[in-house]
Design a protein around this ligand. Structure first.
Ligand code: SAM
Length: 222
């Protein structure tokens, strides 16, 4: 059995009782960065052995992990923050485990996109999660494809690309399109900017973007 276990995106209290129990009961925890996850593991007195599993070693390690699972081991997969597989490693292991006939369960729990979407004030009944935009090539094509989308759009973005992204969106999405920029969810400096794309540009020109960000963009009005 492999458990995919969401972990806090900032506030260490945001973890379920079941997640803590399963992390304690598993034979092995696979962590994206063991140094990052050690903080959480120590905080909750979890003593399960931990090994690294990230985008640079997942292809070479997945075979031996599948062998351990076939041998009857219970393994928990965690990432640095939030839900593994969501803009994080996890999909490869899920796919390979299922192909090998191993049961996979993902626990419900923290992820940045859902609280950002719900607190944005932009319709959250139908939405598209785009994750990170391509850093260089392909951004413009992606925006062109999305400009006519009627459902709410959700993006992850790094602080040094926020302004570039907003400036690229402006001519295609229109200056009045509503946006919410949610920063540092569950952390000390959590802030939510709500306004139009044009207003968000003025805001971030005056307030240098720092921390982790989710962008919620209203869909095109018909
Ligand atoms: N697996 C994570 C999840 O379930 O949300 C996402 C990991 S991805 C590598 C990191 C990105 O998620 C950040 O650049 C940011 O866009 C978003 N993110 C993660 N934690 C956040 C937070 N506390 N506040 C705002 N955005 C966050």
């Amino acid at each position: 059995m492999i458990y995919i276990i969401p972990t806090p995106i900032g506030n260490l209290e945001d973890i379920t009782l079941r997640a803590i129990r399963l992390l304690k009961e598993s034979d092995l925890i696979l962590a994206e960065d063991t140094r990052v996850s050690r903080v959480l593991i120590h905080h909750y007195g979890i003593t399960t052995p931990m090994k690294s599993f990230h985008m640079h070693n997942e292809h070479s390690k997945v075979g031996q992990i599948i062998d351990q699972l076939k041998g009857g081991k219970t393994i928990a997969l965690i990432s640095d923050a939030g839900t593994p597989g969501i803009a994080d490693p996890g999909f490869l292991l899920v796919r390979e485990a299922l192909e090998a006939g191993i049961e996979v369960q993902c626990l419900p729990g923290p992820t940045a996109l859902i609280p950002a979407l719900v607190q944005s004030g932009i319709p959250c009944d139908r939405f598209i999660f785009e994750g990170f935009l391509p850093p260089k090539k392909g951004r413009q094509t992606r925006f062109l494809t999305l400009a006519d989308e009627e459902r709410t759009l959700v993006f992850y973005e790094s602080p040094h690309r926020i302004l570039k992204t907003l400036l690229q969106m402006l001519p295609l999405f229109g200056e009045h399109r509503k946006i919410a920029v949610i920063r540092e969810l569950t952390k000390k400096f959590e802030t939510t900017f709500r306004g139009s794309i044009k207003e968000s540009i003025s805001y971030f020109e005056a307030h240098a973007p720092k921390g982790e960000f989710v962008l919620i963009v209203e869909g095109k009005k018909i």
